[in-house]
Write a protein that binds this ligand. Structure first.
Ligand SMILES: Nc1ncnc2c1ncn2[C@@H]1O[C@H](COP(=O)(O)OP(=O)(O)OP(=O)(O)O)[C@@H](O)[C@H]1O
Ligand SMILES: [Mg+2]
Length: 340
């Protein structure tokens, strides 16, 4: 493999951008009706399409390659850079209709730099478009926010990540099973880039067929049986079985965060299945048939409020998981609290 996947599969047009329909449709319309704004702010978690969409918008707005400037505010964060930008922006585009400045990691700009930028955002030349991108919206001053059209990028749902992982693997000539794609999607926490980077690593192991087992091993994700034993222990009120599951996780040096995530995901899905049957299809997509069958079977065994209590206690456990000298302690305590 020569290029990394996330570059190779970077969306090139509006139609390639997945999971951000609420933004794409507005931007598409703006382009179509010739009402592209002078300043945008794209905010949201990493790897969800901010930079990609900024480039697409530039192109669609008629910006030629030589008139597109990308500034990484993480490395050019001072007032001098922004002053230089202010000077440069006044000159007409070299070739296209507009000049586009993409300011990535915009939250990294210094206070002085923001102030300098503010002046330009107030009275931008007719040919200029600014697109600020940030993962930390709360660090962008109100004065900047109020001069930009703001778009909030969503975390990508697991089923969408899973589908895209499966598609990309196939295009690369690999076959990834449902379980493996599900694990990659789970661990990516809503980021396309993370999911693609993990897939890249797994593909480079060299197996043409990627299985769930292989993926679990690679990402230190616990075997399904351990997760299911823990959940059964909660419903059967069997402390010993639950503690044994935790012991196995520790012994096999499995990532506790991943174990916890899987527990939270399963229990939440059972609760949703109980209360919102219309979400069944979605849950089925995320979990795949085998896991789904397990959840369907077990949800019937839970007494009212039991799953909710477990979910709440495990959620509290998330914050403390790495602070203990024995990483299993918070989870052991959580289990005993659930059963008490
Ligand atoms: N909405 C999306 N649809 C399809 N692919 C996406 C999407 N978002 C991200 N990707 C994939 O992830 C890669 C990184 O996306 P991008 O650089 O646009 O993310 P970003 O939001 O700017 O992330 P960061 O905050 O880390 O800069 C892309 O090259 C692409 O492969
Ligand atoms: Mg980016």
């Amino acid at each position: 493999m020569t290029t990394v996947l996330y570059r190779k599969y970077r969306p090139r047009g509006f139609e390639d951008v997945l999971g951000q329909d609420h933004i794409v449709s507005v931007l598409k319309n703006a382009v179509k009706s010739g009402r592209v704004a002078h300043a945008y702010l794209f905010a949201g978690t990493r790897g969800t399409g901010k930079t990609s969409l900024a480039r697409i918008l530039a192109k669609e707005a008629g910006c030629a390659d030589e008139d597109l400037l990308e500034i990484d505010a993480a490395s050019s964060r001072g007032i001098d850079e922004i002053r230089a930008l202010r000077e440069a922006v006044r000159f007409s585009p070299l070739r296209g209709k507009v000049k586009v400045y993409i300011i990535d990691e915009a939250h990294m700009l210094t206070k002085e730099a923001f102030n300098a930028l503010l002046k330009t955002l107030e009275e931008p030349p007719a040919h200029a478009i600014f697109i600020l991108a940030t993962t930390e919206l709360e660090k962008v001053p109100e004065t900047i926010l109020s001069r930009c059209q703001n778009f909030s990028f969503r975390k990508i749902p697991e089923n969408l990540l899973k589908k895209s992982i499966t598609d990309i693997a196939e295009k690369e000539g690999f076959k990834i099973d449902d379980e493996a794609a599900g694990i990659v999607a789970l661990m990516a926490e809503g980021s396309f880039r993370d999911s693609q980077r993990t897939l890249d690593q797994i593909l480079s192991l060299g197996n043409k067929e990627i299985t769930g087992e292989m993926t679990r091993e690679f990402l230190s994700v616990p075997a399904r049986a351990i997760v299911e034993n823990f959940i059964e222990s909660v419903l059967d009120k069997d402390a010993e079985k639950g503690l044994e599951a935790i012991r196995l996780v520790a012994e096999k040096n499995i990532n506790f965060a991943a174990f916890l995530k899987l527990l939270l995901r399963d229990i939440r899905s059972m609760i949703l299945l109980k209360h919102a049957p219309t979400m069944k299809k979605n849950i089925q997509d995320i979990h795949g048939e085998k896991e789904f069958a397990f959840l369907e079977k077990l949800k019937g065994q839970a007494k009212p409020g039991e799953l909710e209590k477990a979910l709440k206690i495990l959620l509290e456990c998330c914050d403390s998981k790495n602070q203990s000298y024995l990483p299993q302690i918070p989870l052991e305590l959580a289990l005993l609290k659930i059963l008490s």
